[in-house]
Design a protein around this ligand. Structure first.
Ligand code: AP5
Length: 208
């Protein structure tokens, strides 16, 4: 079984959704740079203050901030883990390669047209980071997280204009990582336009 996994894919592809299932059902430790940064913003830390401006504009937080933060976190891990949202630039991928040999990069692939709907109708849990969609995956009780009972919220960067910028930033900076991991022989591409649980079955096969 593969145990050092990177999840690639545009904003809204379903990285967080699949990461949550992989963590719950297969026991992977999940490191999400987006969740870490949002928590830092909520707590008003120095990192959060620096990151907020970039995140609100739909841009990337600078490599020098992210690479150091992730090095420390990854070196503290043991067992099987997956990285959700890291790396996002070639420079981040090169830095990661100095710490660990990634054995699987899963590119969750979706057309841009689908992503705007997914993101503008997404609702997230600030406490346990569970992810919902108003139509595709609604919570059992409107506005409340099924898993922990916290009140759901809409992310600041899920407004339509910011989403469009995030997509442009993805195509310029992160999409080249698909070829990067293909050349290393560890890439799997999984279309994400079907049922969430069926996609997870495909993810599971890729991991075995
Ligand atoms: P981050 O939080 O990583 O955002 P992202 O990559 O833009 O991805 P998202 O979380 O928006 O989407 P997702 O693919 O996880 O989709 P989800 O599962 O939620 O990063 C946020 C910001 O932090 C960045 O913009 C940047 O500023 C900064 N940052 C983070 N990492 C960084 C790094 N390494 N370097 C620099 N800066 C960094 O699904 C989306 C919606 O679709 C949900 O509503 C879900 O329910 C629904 N859905 C999922 N799958 C399906 C399906 N199969 N069918 C129908 N609906 C579905």
């Amino acid at each position: 079984m593969k145990s050092k996994i990177v999840l690639l894919g545009p904003p809204g592809a379903g990285k967080g959704t699949q990461a949550e299932i992989m963590s719950n059902k297969l026991g992977f430790t999940r490191l999400s740079t987006g969740d870490m940064l949002r928590e830092a913003v909520r707590n008003g830390t120095e990192l959060g203050k620096k990151a907020k401006t970039y995140m609100d504009a739909g841009g990337l937080v600078p490599n020098e901030i992210i690479i150091g933060m992730m090095k420390e976190k990854i070196e503290g891990l043991s067992g099987a883990y997956l990285l959700d949202g890291y790396p996002r630039t070639i420079e981040q991928a090169d830095a990661l390669a100095t710490i660990v040999d990634i054995d699987l990069a899963i590119n969750i692939d979706v057309a841009d047209e689908v992503l705007v709907d997914r993101l503008t109708k997404r609702r997230s849990c600030p406490k346990c980071n569970a992810v919902y969609h108003l139509a595709n995956k609604p919570p059992k009780k409107a506005g409340i997280c099924d898993a922990c009972g916290a009140e759901l919220y809409q992310r600041d960067d899920d407004k339509e204009e910011t989403v469009k910028n995030r997509l442009a930033v993805y195509h310029k900076n992160t999409q080249p990582l698909i070829d990067y991991y293909r050349k290393k022989g560890v890439l799997t591409v999984i279309p994400s336009d079907g049922d969430i649980n069926e996609i997870f079955e495909t993810v599971k096969k890729a991991i075995q």
